[in-house]
Ligand binder design. Sequence first.
Ligand code: ASP
Length: 358
Amino acid sequence: MMIKRKHIKSIALLAAASFLASCVTQSGQSANIMAQEKPQYALVIHGGAGTILRKNITAEKDAAYRAKLAESLRAGQSVLESGGSALDAVEATIHIMENSPLFNAGKGSVFTHEGRNEMDASIMDGRNIDAGAVAGVRHIKNPISLAREVMENSNHVMLAGDGAEEFAQSRNIALMDAAYFQTEKRLRQLERAKARDMGAILDHDGDNKFAGYDDPIDPDNKFGTVGAVALDRDGNIAAGTSTGGMTNKRWNRIGDSPVIGAGTYADNMSCGVSATGHGEYFIRATVARTICAMMEYKGVSLEQAANEVIHGTLVDMGGTGGIVALDKEGNISMIFNTEGMYRGYIKGNSEPDIYIYK
Ligand code: ASP
């Protein structure tokens, strides 16, 4: 039997409202922002999830993160306000975070075991299910822009390593010397991870369960992967994610961030998602696509779908992390099963709402 879309929506809204109430009281870890009325446009971002505890972050660092997250949101907001596309907003937003040493993407990327920086990124256009991604690039200033270039000006979805950089050169994408990405703090994180033989670790999760240590690799520097999801005035959704991956990763390890359906997904019919967390789990659970597919096939709300995947599927698997997402009505979800997630959103011309801790 066909259920009318309107009907599905009201059932979903009712269910979501009661689910939200129970989530907030039971776990206190989720943030679902129900749209009062559909905003003209919306944007939600993250700067990584992990063991992000207030006690480990100084007031100055806290303020610096909030300021950079707000700057990122405003960059995307000004694109959307002037009628720009969701894709343009996602790219402009992520540029701010990629250019900042605060986050594990672009300039602030973590080090591999070999002492290099290898970055991954992906972007998706919900209008036509078009997507582009790059993996293991070492000299690209803004990997999110190269991912977009792959989507718009190649016959492929994902390019990797030297080939991706060769393509970048042919498309006049900005390349940098490797030294541009080598920050002192990240090098210290790598040294500590290696000294303790910790394997590959999430940069903000030196103290998480799988690493098996009580203190973070660098309590002052818990940075993360970045992502953005936008809904523009034309009702189009786009999502993008950019990362340096995991500290001390080896063997050209690639995480979920450039994998369409795992770290990033966007479909105007359902939602857009950008993920952050322990990539191996996000790939196996196809987190981003599953959330959109649950909305599409089960008729559930974004909140229900995201909660089920992040607090259900992932937790059962032992995977840590979170997502930011929005749907075509402008409902926003920022959900994580870790101690914190750098995150924020705007709806229309609202002031940025920024959060860090649980
Ligand atoms: N998901 C990223 C990866 O596994 C890391 C992160 O989100 O911080 O490469």
